[in-house]
Design a protein around this ligand. Structure first.
Ligand SMILES: Cc1cc2nc3c(=O)[nH]c(=O)nc-3n(C[C@H](O)[C@H](O)[C@H](O)COP(=O)(O)OP(=O)(O)OC[C@H]3O[C@@H](n4cnc5c(N)ncnc54)[C@H](O)[C@@H]3O)c2cc1C
Length: 365
């Protein structure tokens, strides 16, 4: 991991993660500063003004941020997905304008999900149509991470028989953003409902690939999100491991440190195993991603699934080790417990990941 970037974010976050979690907000100026440094989407190529990190290096950086604050890491995941969508689908002009903006202080969110289209994202009924030199978008997106902070909304919808993605300025007439009032975890990530009522935007904001099958378009962009969430889960596990280990060394019961009671030691051992297998799965997927290997897509689903399930399990073990010391609803382990559960839902729930992995097995046999 680029140590200097990690140190920079550690200093920016300081001891504020709990405070931001309770407040349900991240400081806007912090996000702008990180965007302007390219830190929210560190994989953007240097030719577009980004830091140009490989998936592996960006992943370790993402894990570092995930260990500090999952809300901030969630905002990074959204910004990274938006940047990835523009980098992969956009033309030279869109990359020079919209993508460059995302490493110059602008903030973005990505909207697939709707009330009736969650796991079945292809069931979305947001529409995108071209009228002259404008694109018109109608629909309502739910649970859009970072939308509260965003200047740009990358919105997916139906476009004729296929799908399309449009980059909509948050301040365009017809856009309304309303925060989810009381999320379980990642509470400062700015999740919002985004309503789009006859929103008109210049046609040059329609990304390439318009008309492609919707599932294909969505999967292309979600792959980035999955990789980012997977590494974020590694960060959650590392934070839990450190906190549980420290507590097990310092807390004494029955005349000795609780870590020396074998059943507590088992929790620590299992946490270490969780952290290691999640890390290995992420390293493997990132290596394939960096090699542009076709297997990267399945390896990314696997990494996300392993990361999320291990993080949820590991955070529960860490909380068990801390017991009442972790039962106050603040502090790293309590946050991790709430945040990790959500990782099993987003970017392809556990079940959807299992469905995709099973399809992979079936297609091979
Ligand atoms: C914290 C958070 C952040 C989010 N951020 C974003 C974002 O930035 N952008 C965005 O577009 N969306 C976002 N979402 C929405 C997220 O993508 C959806 O919540 C997710 O896709 C699951 O959809 P759902 O909640 O409607 O659950 P449902 O689809 O209703 O699923 C309910 C349950 O049924 C299971 N299930 C459904 N279908 C199947 C099946 N075929 N086989 C087996 N099991 C199945 C699911 O796994 C789940 O357990 C976010 C959600 C949360 C909670």
């Amino acid at each position: 991991m680029p140590d200097q970037l990690a140190a920079e974010v550690t200093a920016l976050v300081g001891d504020q993660a709990d405070h931001w979690d309770r407040l349900g907000l991240l400081p806007h100026e912090l996000l702008r500063k990180m965007s302007a440094r390219g830190l929210l989407c560190a994989q953007v190529a240097t030719e577009h003004g980004g830091l140009g990190l490989s998936s592996a290096r960006s992943g370790e950086f993402t894990a570092h941020v995930g260990g500090l604050d999952s809300s901030l890491r969630s905002v990074m995941t959204s910004q990274g997905m938006a940047a990835w969508a523009i980098q992969r689908l956009g033309d030279a002009e869109q990359r020079a304008g919209l993508l460059r903006g995302l490493v110059q202080g602008r903030l973005a969110a990505v909207g697939f999900s709707e009330a009736a289209a969650g796991s079945d994202v292809a069931a979305m009924d947001t529409t995108v149509r071209t009228e002259g030199d404008e694109v018109v978008v109608n629909g309502t997106k739910v649970w859009i991470t970072a939308a509260h902070y965003a200047d740009e909304l990358v919105v997916f919808g139906r476009y004729g028989e296929g799908g399309a993605a449009v980059v909509i300025p948050r301040d365009a007439p017809g856009v309304a953003v309303e925060r989810v009032p009381d999320p379980l975890g990642c509470r400062a990530a700015g999740h919002s409902t985004v309503s789009l009522d006859e929103v008109r935007t210049p046609a040059h904001r329609l990304l390439g690939g318009a008309g492609m099958p919707l599932p294909m378009l969505v999967t292309l962009v979600l792959a980035y999100g999955r990789m980012s969430v997977a590494w974020g889960c590694v960060g959650i596990l590392r934070g839990c491991l450190t906190a549980a280990g420290a507590h097990a060394r310092s807390r004494r019961q029955f005349g000795r440190p609780i870590g020396e009671h074998q059943l507590v030691g088992r929790h620590l051992a299992e946490l270490l195993v969780s952290e290691q297998i999640a890390t290995r799965a992420c390293e493997h997927a990132s290596a394939l991603w960096d090699a542009n290997a076709p297997d990267a897509v399945t390896a990314t689903v696997l990494a996300k699934h392993v990361g999320a399930t291990q993080a949820a399990r590991g955070a529960a073990s860490a909380l068990q080790v801390l017991a009442s010391a972790g039962a106050d609803n603040s502090g790293l382990v309590a946050r991790a417990y709430r945040d990790a559960k959500l990782m099993e839902i987003i970017e392809g729930s556990n079940e959807l990941c299992q469905v995709m992995l099973a399809e992979h097995v079936l297609s091979d046999s």
